[in-house]
Design a protein around this ligand. Structure first.
Ligand code: NI
Length: 187
């Protein structure tokens, strides 16, 4: 397994639509394993393929030890609403309150191509919606008010030089400087 470079805000790949997966090759299995390793090294709870520069419609989640591989996921039910402070591994150190559905039901394929259904509320529900957005070129900052988005983008301009080539290299075991209460917000 290997840790993949994470693409950060400004890389056009984060705004591209992904392509549905139709073949389950050893290369895909390798990508899934590498994405889990990358996400864990970055202390995240979710990671989508575009964040590592790929175009497969694939995301991985690890929400409090519950792991999911989502291939070609679709939200088939949504209800109520929840406000959550979200961050993103592709926009390090930036956070914002996002209102999303409070409960979602998602249909997807697992790593072997077998269909399954997952229902999520709270962090799992938020993470499912955040990662599925990534697969359609959408980021959490798109939900912020104009004013909050502009403020965040201005702050990001100062952070960006830390990531030459818009690439974030994650070093395993490295303290990311955030306190542990942020662990549930790196989607
Ligand atoms: Ni994200």
């Amino acid at each position: 397994m290997s840790i993949l470079p994470i693409r950060v805000l400004g890389d056009p790949v984060l705004r591209e639509e992904t392509k549905p997966v139709d073949t389950f090759t050893p290369e895909l299995q390798q990508l899934i394993d590498d994405m889990f390793e990358t996400m864990h090294a970055a202390h995240g709870v979710g990671l989508a393929a575009p964040q590592v520069g790929r175009s497969e419609r694939l995301a991985v989640l690890d929400v409090h030890g519950a792991r999911y591989v989502l291939i070609n996921p679709e939200i088939v039910e949504r209800e109520s609403s929840i406000k959550w402070e979200e961050g993103c591994l592709s926009i390090p150190d930036m956070y914002g309150d996002v209102t999303r559905a409070g409960r979602v039901v998602v249909e997807a394929l697992d790593r072997d191509g077998k269909p399954f259904t997952v229902e999520g509320t709270e962090l799992l529900g938020v993470c499912l919606q955040h990662e599925i957005d990534h697969l359609h070129g959408k980021l959490f900052i798109d939900y912020l008010s104009m004013l909050k988005r502009q403020k965040l983008l201005a702050e990001w301009e100062e952070e960006k030089p830390k990531y030459p080539g818009l690439i974030r290299i994650v070093v395993p075991g490295e303290d990311d400087g955030d306190d542990d209460s942020r662990e549930d917000e790196k989607l």
